[in-house]
Design a binder for this molecule. Structure first.
Ligand SMILES: [Ca+2]
Ligand SMILES: [Ca+2]
Ligand SMILES: [Ca+2]
Length: 476
């Protein structure tokens, strides 16, 4: 009797083990598409899909995909761009959004959303329901997120669970209007998109009304925008510098900012040089890029010329939109604020130490983002400093952000010179949700002996992660 019970118990625990082992392994295995595993397809030394691999989507046992449940949920990503070549064999119809309440081609707005026969999206230029891509840009962007894994001769997209909502807000000459983009953003928010990718660049994004961004944000949408390619400061680019948008700069093979990438108030960075994706039929997008020496057909890849390589922040943004959408597919209860906070807080620091104006919080890290607890954040920033009288003595007052969901410590430190080799701790920083709250004061006595100082706030999370932000003070 005892024996039977014992063997029963053993049987149960063995079953329990098997069940939990299965639960642990029920995640994605990395794809084996030709261009994902390949390198040198156009004579280059690095992997064909190096951009995905650099942010954590590689073939290793630590691949970001191995953190994604096999039964993850479909997630709608609105690509506001030049449309899509939906006949491309590296795109599956299963990865294109279908408006569930709209009957196609009956001339009736069945779901009453104001758009007739909008089944896969909308063309805001032609006011039509066939957002076909005559330019190539939108198809390229879409391929980064949605390239189908079962097209073994193709690329692998980041998110096999994606449903692309195709919103044509840019025409084949790269033109747009702020009003079209605002309409497209509103459409996305009203029709179920959880993520919007806006690879429209600085010039156009500066015309987008903040109201459309505010609306989509309030509806829980993660909005990802390209910083643009003018090598300019985006502070004047309106919504690109908005806190309600993840603005993405480009980095190169060395993880430094790409020369063309806009900068200023960027959130994060992602690879944006020689990215491989899809070529829409009869298109050659690099031909239209001003200031780039380019021979027609030079960027075509593959015997059938249906793939393409290109550079620009337009192609960094969908890497981040892909990560955001995969996080939501894996856990549909994540809010847009949580997704945005996690993406920033877990980015891998690049360029100048700490949060900086060229790469923001750093290069997106899909592994860390998919691993992070849902309430995770770790924010650092110095917005400005000012000299104020404290009693009889002048002090330098530091204003900014120092916050985490589980804050261990925050300090203000100073170091002499442009790139200090040592730092002097001048006191604790107050917890601040930012962006302009007082973090603390630096006594003037702490700033003697040099004309140039770096002030930094260093924040430590209870999990051991740290984040810093610097501010240069010139006393000369
Ligand atoms: Ca409709
Ligand atoms: Ca209809
Ligand atoms: Ca940095």
């Amino acid at each position: 009797m005892m024996r039977t019970l014992a063997s029963l118990l053993i049987g149960c625990s063995a079953l329990g083990l098997a069940a939990s082992a299965q639960a642990q392994t029920a995640t994605l295995a990395p794809p084996d598409n030709q261009y994902f595993v390949g390198r040198g397809s156009w004579g280059q030394k690095y992997p064909d899909q190096w951009a995905l691999q650099r942010i954590g989507f590689d073939a290793s046992p630590n691949s970001a995909w191995r953190l994604v449940r096999r039964d993850a949920k479909p997630v709608i990503v609105a690509v506001i761009d030049t449309g899509l070549d939906w006949n491309h064999k590296n795109i599956s119809w299963d990865n294109i959004w279908r408006n569930p309440k709209e009957i196609p081609d009956n001339g009736i707005d069945d779901d009453g959303n104001g758009f007739v026969d909008d089944v896969v999206g909308w063309d805001f230029f032609e006011r039509g329901n066939k957002p076909w891509d005559h330019d190539g840009h939108g198809t390229f962007v879409s391929g980064i997120i949605a390239g189908r894994w079962d097209d073994k001769e193709g690329v692998a997209g980041i998110n096999p669970f994606v449903r692309l909502m195709i919103l044509k807000g840019i025409n084949n000459f790269g033109h747009s209007r702020g009003s079209y983009l605002a309409e497209a953003i509103t459409y996305a928010a009203d029709n179920g998109a959880r993520v919007i990718n806006l690879s429209v660049g600085g010039k156009h994004i500066s015309e987008v009304a903040q109201a459309a961004i505010d609306y989509a944000y309030s509806k829980g949408v993660v909005i990802v925008a390209a910083a643009g390619n003018e090598a300019a400061d985006i502070r004047t680019y309106g919504v690109a510098a908005s806190d309600k948008v993840i603005t993405v700069a480009s980095t190169g093979f060395d993880d430094e900012r790409a020369v063309f990438s806009n900068w200023g108030k960027v959130s994060v960075a992602a690879p944006g040089i020689d990215v491989l994706s899809l070529r829409a039929r009869r298109t050659d997008i690099m031909l239209g890029v001003i200031g780039v020496k380019y021979t027609a057909g030079e960027a075509y890849v593959g015997p059938d010329k249906r793939h393409y390589r290109a550079s620009g922040t337009s192609f960094s943004a969908p890497l981040v939109a892909g990560v955001a959408s995969l996080m939501i597919a894996n856990d549909p209860n994540l809010t847009n604020k949580q997704v945005m906070a996690i993406i920033k807080s877990t980015a891998r620091d690049a360029g100048t130490p700490g949060v900086d104006q060229y790469t923001g919080y750093g290069i997106v890290d899909a592994v860390a983002a998919l691993k992070a607890p849902k309430d995770y954040f770790l924010f650092a920033g110095i917005n400005r400093v000012e000299v104020v009288q404290q009693g009889k003595a002048p002090v330098v007052r530091v204003r900014g952000t120092a916050d985490a969901n589980a804050l261990k410590s925050a300090h203000i430190e100073v170091g002499a010179g442009e790139t200090p080799t040592s730092w002097k701790r001048v006191g604790a920083a107050k917890k601040s949700t930012g962006p302009d709250a007082v973090l603390g004061d630096i006594p003037a006595a702490a700033l003697q002996g040099a004309k140039i100082w770096q002030i930094r706030v260093v924040i430590e999370h209870k999990d051991g992660a740290t984040r810093e932000a610097r501010f240069k003070l010139n006393l000369g």
